[in-house]
Design a binder for this molecule. Structure first.
Ligand code: GLN
Length: 280
């Protein structure tokens, strides 16, 4: 069987499972199974697929057919133009989150220091430290798997020396000094608990602890509003990912008086996706 036929067969199987982009996903799986680039695949569709690669492809296709997220099967995914490892048990980086990186880059002064709460795969930290060699950071996550994945990703990109990793659930445990940071950034778990059971089946394969924002979705925002102002220098920023515009409005209402609301930012699909506050 050649590469093109293999891709078509994998895509057919994926289509039968209701996957939204079967052709594109089949291409990712085939490239991974055959250990080639997707561009090589496009240029040489009639090269034969070796038996061992075909076995890997069918095995991965069946896992995807069973509802496992594509990114967990591939083991790596791209965020802000860089490849990072992803693994079951840790939230998969979303392109929506790249908007936080863009704004953080404009907020951070030269030699700036920031903290990322709920770091997950380390995607935000990795993007910021890679873009700017003057920055240093603290990465915090409650999930030990996330901390070790972040460690791996930072090591992969040679960034460990500029990042301190901390494993704890409550912000109060973090050994940070008053006024230490120019920026606290977070994509916290923000889905209201009653909505979790209605999430797409792929998302429900991701860790609940990275999604569940308590009854109203605001649990971790409240905790960070209570902690971050003291740790930010005056003129520093708090930057949150948000679920939607309504959540943004609620956050504006519950923010402490030491934090001045700056604005809501939209993602690539023009949805309200981030909000920022200035420490006054
Ligand atoms: N954006 C994620 C989703 O697709 C939610 C991540 C979070 O709770 N921070 O559901």
């Amino acid at each position: 069987m050649n590469l093109s036929e293999a891709r078509r067969r994998a895509a057919e199987r994926l289509r039968a499972s209701g996957t939204e982009y079967p052709e594109r996903e089949a291409e990712f799986l085939l490239a991974e199974a055959a250990r080639i680039d997707r561009s090589f695949l496009a240029a040489h569709p009639f090269l034969p697929l070796e038996d061992s690669a075909a076995r890997r492809l069918w095995e991965m296709t069946e896992r995807r057919f069973g509802g496992e997220p594509l990114q967990y099967i591939l083991g790596s995914w791209e965020f802000y133009g860089r490849s990072l490892d992803v693994a079951p048990g840790v939230l998969i980086p979303r392109p929506d989150t790249e908007i936080l990186v863009e704004h953080a880059l404009t907020f951070l002064p030269s030699s700036g220091r920031f903290l990322d709460w709920g770091t997950g795969s380390g995607c935000i930290i990795l993007a910021l430290l890679s873009e700017r060699s003057d920055l240093t950071a603290v990465a915090v996550d409650a999930n030990a798997l996330a901390v070790s994945l972040t460690w791996r990703n930072l090591k992969l990109h040679g960034l460990l020396s500029r990042c301190f990793l901390w494993h704890s659930r409550t912000p109060q445990d973090i050994p940070a000094g008053d006024g230490e940071f120019d920026l606290v950034v977070s994509n916290p778990p923000y889905i209201p608990f009653p909505l979790i059971s209605g999430l797409p089946r792929e998302v429900r394969k991701e860790p609940l602890s990275a999604l569940d924002g308590g009854e109203d979705g605001l649990l971790w925002y409240r905790a960070l509003f209570g902690w971050a102002p003291a740790k930010l220098r005056k003129g520093g920023r708090l930057l949150f990912e948000i679920g939607d515009g309504e959540q943004g409005e609620l956050l504006v209402q519950i923010a402490p008086s030491s934090m001045e609301f700056e604005g809501i930012f939209h993602d690539l699909s023009r949805k309200p996706r981030a909000a920022s506050w200035l420490r006054v």
